[in-house]
Design a protein around this ligand. Structure first.
Ligand SMILES: [Fe+2]
Length: 209
């Protein structure tokens, strides 16, 4: 190409405006591995252990997040409106936790679990039926899932502290553990068997009547 032709066609031949579809290539990093060297002052074996534990917590948090959306859509009965709203609020908070845990895994040089089939294979939370369940069953199912996550969070927080991964410890205690504890309180109070309109008379006033 002469210098005159180059000047008349400034777009380099290797580039054009055509999008390149259907591209495929091998993975650049396998699941279950971490980058060898990062300027984090955390050795590779520690980051490997932390990312493995965080991925379990992530899979369970993603499952709980989705269980909240299922409950938001399928709830029914006299408490429909308040539970419909509460379940969606908790869904949003769990979605934020999912992002925070996943990004913690990535910044430690690992690979976050992401897709539904992989999450389903990994989670320890019991699979919910596709159909609709009564409110007390919805609440119990959610509380059982919280209990699994809270148990994992307590163990992981202590391990992270022992391995001097302060960032993971902070995330797990400040966000995951405290967030889940608070949601457990809000759900549990709905399972207290209280009269809606008539207070139950005391035995004394009953005998006087
Ligand atoms: Fe909605």
């Amino acid at each position: 190409m002469s210098s005159k032709e180059t000047q008349s066609n400034p777009v380099h031949n290797d580039f054009n405006a055509q999008p390149r579809f259907h591209q495929k290539s091998p993975e650049i990093q396998a699941y279950g591995t971490v980058s060898h060297m990062l300027p984090l002052e955390l050795e590779e074996p520690i980051r490997l252990e932390m990312t493995e534990q965080l991925n379990q917590l992530l899979a369970d948090t993603m499952t709980l997040r989705d269980l909240y959306k299922k409950s938001h859509w399928q709830t029914s009965g006299p408490t429909f409106y308040q539970l419909h709203l509460l379940f969606d609020k908790h869904y949003g908070e769990q979605a934020e936790l999912v992002d925070a845990i996943a990004e913690r895994i990535q910044l430690l040089g690992g690979i976050s679990i992401a897709m539904a089939p992989d999450v389903a294979e990994t989670t320890k939370i019991e699979r919910a039926p596709r159909g609709r369940e009564e409110v007390p069953v919805q609440l119990s199912r959610l509380l059982d899932a919280h209990q699994i996550i809270i148990g994992e969070a307590r163990i992981l927080a202590r391990l992270a502290s022992k391995l001097e991964d302060d960032g993971t410890n902070d995330l797990v205690v400040s966000d995951v553990l405290r967030g889940n504890e608070l949601q457990v309180w809000f759900l549990s109070e709905h399972l207290v068997d209280m009269p809606l309109v008539h207070a139950v008379p005391s035995s004394k006033s009953k005998s006087a009547a």
